[in-house]
Design a protein around this ligand. Sequence first.
Ligand SMILES: Cc1cc2nc3c(=O)[nH]c(=O)nc-3n(C[C@H](O)[C@H](O)[C@H](O)COP(=O)(O)OP(=O)(O)OC[C@H]3O[C@@H](n4cnc5c(N)ncnc54)[C@H](O)[C@@H]3O)c2cc1C
Length: 413
Amino acid sequence: MRKILIVGAGQSGLQLALGLQAQGYEVTLMSNRTADEIRSGRVMSTQCMFHTALEHERDLQINFWESQAPKIEGLGVSVSGPESQRVIDWVGKLDGYAQSVDQRLKMAGWMETFAQRGGQLVIHGAAVSDLDYFARTYDLVLVSAGKGELVSMFGRDASRSPYSEPQRALAVSYVHGLGPRPEHPEFDAVRCNLVPGVGELFIMPTLTLSGRADILFWEGIPGGPLDVFQGVKDPAEHLSLTLELMEKYTPWEYARATKVELTDANGTLAGRYAPTVRNPIGRLPGGGRVLGVADVVVANDPITGQGSNSASKCAASYLASIVEHGDRPFDEEWMQATFDGYWETAQHVTKWTNAMLGVPPEHVLNLIGAAGQLQPVADRFANGFNDPADFENFFFDPDKTSAYLASVSGTTA
Ligand SMILES: Cc1cc2nc3c(=O)[nH]c(=O)nc-3n(C[C@H](O)[C@H](O)[C@H](O)COP(=O)(O)OP(=O)(O)OC[C@H]3O[C@@H](n4cnc5c(N)ncnc54)[C@H](O)[C@@H]3O)c2cc1C
């Protein structure tokens, strides 16, 4: 059977490893951390995944935490005004529920499953020189090492990467003790709070190591008032800063956060990165070729919560391309075609995410405002997180937005 090496045990690498293993491929998975190190390490994401991405996990029967993780049935948007009051506030219903399972739990569990099923698990931080050797001994080498150093092998695609600097400073806290949302507490929802000119606060339920929890996630415009987490080492200080900023900019969310405490000492994360699309083929000094996967090739800012979704979609798309290719060589032509197939979906995510990082144009503000009066608009916007390609139909082009709003409200534009 064909031998495949996967470097990096995150959402995409593990999903691909388990998928290929189930199809009888001889898979080696290289991870720079053991399952226990991942489980006892720092949180890595907020990892909210929507229906289509979850379906790919269900297809492989690796949705091990589905019954325990909170079912996120809605997505709410608030926009704050000059007095830190809510000038816009609505919640859209998702057609299929979303879920967030702490990657520490999921990746550690999947890694153990892969090994229990007979997979070859190698604990080693791969360097480019290692890959040079492995490209000769495996039929295919896939690099799914996220935003780590190995991305240097894949050239930046400037035509698809409008930003060369990080657009947000990220600060995450996993907490217990958050009160319910005052509106529609009967179902769980992601809360997106937009603070114009300052940044965004996202709140979502998750399943973590100690059970159900909530995540408080600030995205701050660099250099602005939320960009204060860099260098904060003490998790308690990180949480108090998070809460102070909530009290100031999103008091309606702070009101239910007065009793929160961190889930664990590793329940905070701060950082930033520039959204980047890369050339998918890594060319090694010895002549070998490797194919980049998910964040290695398309890393978007988490403002739209798409990275894990995209990693799942990329893994599913690559799995189909590998299986369909049978015994033929995994040459450059196949690698490019495989990435191009994934880009069909990923391009919409990148376009929409990069748009959300900028100052919203008037027609987008109108759209977000109209969702407060027109429930179908709120629902459609919320379901765009599952399928961002739909934004092409009503988000980017002012004429399409007004035609859509007119069709929903029953008036002419
Ligand atoms: C703050 C924050 C919030 C986010 N929120 C969301 C969200 O709500 N929804 C969503 O869909 N996405 C979200 N994302 C994005 C999402 O977490 C990532 O896009 C996703 O995890 C990418 O998956 P991946 O498989 O490409 O890489 P990763 O999950 O990063 O996995 C890469 C793995 O490779 C390992 N590795 C690195 N270098 C090497 C090496 N040299 N050798 C061996 N192993 C190596 C790493 O340790 C890691 O385990 C968020 C990201 C951040 C930072």
